[in-house]
Design a protein around this ligand. Structure first.
Ligand SMILES: C[S@@+](CC[C@H](N)C(=O)[O-])C[C@H]1O[C@@H](n2cnc3c(N)ncnc32)[C@H](O)[C@@H]1O
Length: 213
């Protein structure tokens, strides 16, 4: 993430790029607050907390839901094993086009399509699903559709890592997963909660698979 990670200040070009990215994000938030869910992209501290426990060498298939301007996407591309597969999702058209153009990757639209996208790519499941989706403000029908997709797509030993700006998803995630841990990241605007979830509960997995089209 630019040279800030090495303790250096970003150079002029990097600073200009950061400002451009923040302005674009703020513009998208103003246009669709219930889809974008935040005024500014995630901080380096939040990104590093999201990936704190990821064993990249043993992660063959990675998916990112709600890539935005790509601050986490870039970090995933840097950290992931070169032989692993990566699937990014971003519903907003201009952001999606920008990601595809800047990062030279395919970006899919609706995160709820994750199982179908994996299937079309001959991938059985995802070992790591990273989410920046703003569940607190998304319509409930979208949250339900996305979580059904996550339950169907996550591998048996897989990890679902999401951030939110409150603890409101804790009880939902605890209903769906065997193991849920949280940590607070204050160095973010606004402060964020990272949820790390493992083990889709048995009673949910078959029901979700039964709905597969
Ligand atoms: C809070 S932003 C997070 C952006 C970025 N990951 C970050 O950490 O800065 C949420 C993003 O999710 C996208 N989004 C919302 N609903 C979506 C959906 N159903 N499928 C894919 N992306 C979605 C929004 O357009 C927005 O870019």
């Amino acid at each position: 993430m630019f040279s800030q990670r090495n303790g250096n200040r970003p150079n002029i070009t990097e600073q200009a790029e950061l400002i451009k990215e923040k302005l674009l994000f703020a513009r998208k938030f103003a246009a669709a607050p219930r889809t974008v869910g935040s005024v500014t992209p995630s901080s380096p501290q939040l990104i590093s907390s999201m990936f704190r426990n990821v064993d990249w060498q043993n992660t063959e298939v990675v998916a990112e839901l709600g890539a935005g301007t790509g601050v986490m996407t870039k970090e995933i591309l840097k950290r992931k094993d070169p032989g692993s597969r990566f699937f990014a999702f971003e519903i907003e058209k201009e952001l999606r086009g920008r990601l595809e153009n800047d990062l030279k990757i395919d970006v899919y639209d609706d995160a709820a399509k994750l199982p179908q996208v994996l299937k079309a790519a001959d991938c059985k499941s995802a070992d790591l699903i990273v989410s920046g989706l703003p569940f607190a403000v998304l319509p409930n029908s979208v949250t339900v559709a996305v979580m059904r997709a996550v339950m169907r797509a996550l591998s048996d030993n897989g990890t679902f890592i999401a951030f939110q700006y409150s603890y409101h998803m804790k009880s939902t995630f605890e209903r769906l997963f065997e193991d849920v841990s949280t940590r607070l990241v204050v160095m973010n605007i606004p402060p964020a909660v990272v949820y790390e979830c493992r083990g889709v509960k048995k009673q949910h997995r078959p029901a979700m698979r039964g709905k597969e089209q």
